[in-house]
Each structure stands twice: as C-alpha cells, then as structure tokens.
Design a protein around this ligand. Structure first.
Ligand code: NAP
Length: 259
C-alpha cells in the first residue's frame, strides 16, 4: 500500500533502537525524511546510516536527552517544520508502590507525560497552519491494563492519554491527527531488562522468565519493532486522517478485554 507520505518530514524521538527505530525505519520505507534522536551518539549515527543506506532518505540526527528542556530545544531547532511527530523516551524503572518518592514521580511525569506534551505544544501550531500533521505517541499497554511493578509508568502515561484525548479533538479540524500506540511486550532492549528483573524476582533464568512471559501472550511470542513501526507508519499515512484520539494496543492479545 502506498502510504501517500513520500517527501514528508518526521521527527522520531528516542529512535536509535527498539520501537522508536522501528517507527523510523517504516517511515523511511514510505519515503519520509527523518530527524532522529537518542542520547548516545554512536548507536544513533549507526542507525541513521543504516536507514540512509536502506531507504535513500535524508536522515538528520540530534544526540540529546529528549526529557530535558535543553535537549528538546536542540531537537526542535534541528527538526524545524516537521509534518510528523513520533514521541518516545525510555520508560520508568520498575519498583514497589510504597517506595516511590515525589522526585521519582516528577521524573516519570517529566519523561513520559510532560515531554510528549511539550513536543506537541511546540509542533502542533505549525502543522495546523499548514493544514496537515500526524502525531503518534508511544505509550504502553499499561494505560489499559496496569502493570503493578510499573506504577510510575501507569501514572505518567495515563496523564498523557488524558491530554491526548482532549487535544486530538481540538486539532482534528485542521487536518492534524494525534493517536497513541500502546505496546505490549516487544523484543527490544527494554524487554530484555524487564526479563532480567522478572528472573531475579522469581529466582529463575532470564530465558525462563521470557518463556513464561511469552506464554502469557495469546500470540505466544513477543512483538517485533518492525510490526510496531508498520502500525505507526499507517497512523501517519494519508489513509489515517479519520483516526482521531485513539489508543491502539499492539500486544498479541495480552490485554483480555472485548474493547
Ligand atoms: P529500548 O529498546 O530500550 O530503546 C529506547 C530508545 O530510546 C533508545 O534508542 C534510547 O537511546 C532512546 N532513549 C531512551 N531514553 C531517552 C532519552 N531520555 N532521550 C532520548 N532518547 C532516549 O526501549 P523500547 O523497548 O523501544 O521502548 C520504548 C518505549 O516503549 C519506552 O518508553 C518503553 O517503556 C515503552 N514500552 C516498551 C515495551 C516493550 O516491550 N519493549 C512495552 C511497553 C512499553 P539512548 O539510550 O542512547 O538514549
């Protein structure tokens, strides 16, 4: 399917690896020029070069922490007038509800709620003026089904989801859509580190922890960054202009709910 976005420009945050990289690859395949971001310059440059070589699109890079104001200023300056924004950042650490301090909550809210909101506030006006735009926020299945050890993530992402629910309806009339993608377990570095945490807690090997977690998913496996990226690119396509303010689960059926 031709996604109809060849020649558009996208900012994909936190995209040197994992789900962000999956989104960047799929957009590049559709002919979209990219601004990529991550903190570590080496992996970022490696990813940018691989995407240029595979898809022949322009790829700029900004090595910066997207969860800081200074980092966002750098990224937004390099991005300029983008048509597509994919927000993403590392997820908060697991833990126990009684242990989290105010500072822990503020850090999680900064990274996974206020950062995507600040990026939208910066880029939505230009998209609205030009009459076309797409925003996809990478959140988590924890928005629909809380993950007890990820209370910081549950909290911050629920706040972002509320903001998107209202704001998406305010910008849709200008040709701009905002939607959220909710990953279940995907085979990325993040999943490996959560496997390690689950293994330690249950006193089993990381391989056993992964096998157990795979069994909890009706699809019987972890998702891939490629599958995730393809869904993102579709939401950014010309065909998705009537999809507004939605929360799309990509979880292999893990959340057991009719809707
Ligand atoms: P990942 O494989 O660990 O990749 C994270 C990417 O984000 C890397 O490129 C990393 O590069 C970059 N990054 C992290 N923090 C950043 C920051 N502050 N500023 C700029 N770039 C940053 O993670 P992932 O699995 O793709 O997860 C992406 C998001 O989806 C996370 O918020 C995660 O919690 C959420 N999620 C993932 C899963 C899953 O199963 N994978 C499930 C539910 C939710 P640098 O480290 O060099 O910055």
């Amino acid at each position: 399917m031709d996604l109809g976005i060849r020649g558009k420009r996208a900012l994909v945050c936190a995209s040197s690896k994992g789900l962000g990289r999956g989104c960047a690859e799929a957009l590049a395949e559709a002919g979209v020029a990219l601004v990529l971001n991550a903190r570590g310059a080496e992996a970022l440059e490696h990813t940018a070069e691989a995407i240029r070589a595979a898809h022949g699109v322009e790829v700029a890079t900004v090595a910066a922490d997207i969860t800081t104001e200074a980092g966002r200023t750098q990224v937004l300056a390099a991005a300029g007038d983008v048509d597509i924004l994919v927000t993403n950042a590392g997820g908060p650490p697991p833990g126990m509800w009684r242990d989290w301090s105010r500072d822990d909550f503020i850090a999680a809210l900064d990274a996974n709620m206020l950062t995507p909101i600040a990026l939208m506030q910066a880029l939505l006006p230009g998209m609205m003026d030009r009459g076309w735009g797409r925003v996809v926020n990478i959140t988590s299945q924890s928005v629909k089904a809380p993950i007890p050890v990820l209370g910081l993530s549950n909290s911050a992402r629920a706040g972002l989801t509320g903001f998107v629910g209202g704001t998406a309806r305010q910008v849709a009339g200008h040709g701009v859509t905002i939607n959220n993608l909710l990953p279940g377990i995907h085979a990325t570095d993040r999943a490996v580190s959560l496997d390690a945490g689950a293994a330690k807690a249950a006193n089993i090997t990381p391989e056993e922890a992964r096998a157990r977690r795979e069994q909890s998913i009706p699809a019987g496996r972890y998702g891939t960054a490629g599958e995730f990226g393809a869904a993102c690119a579709f939401l950014c396509s010309q065909h998705a202009g009537f999809i507004v303010g939605q929360n799309l689960l990509l979880d292999g059926g893990a959340v057991n709910a009719t809707f």
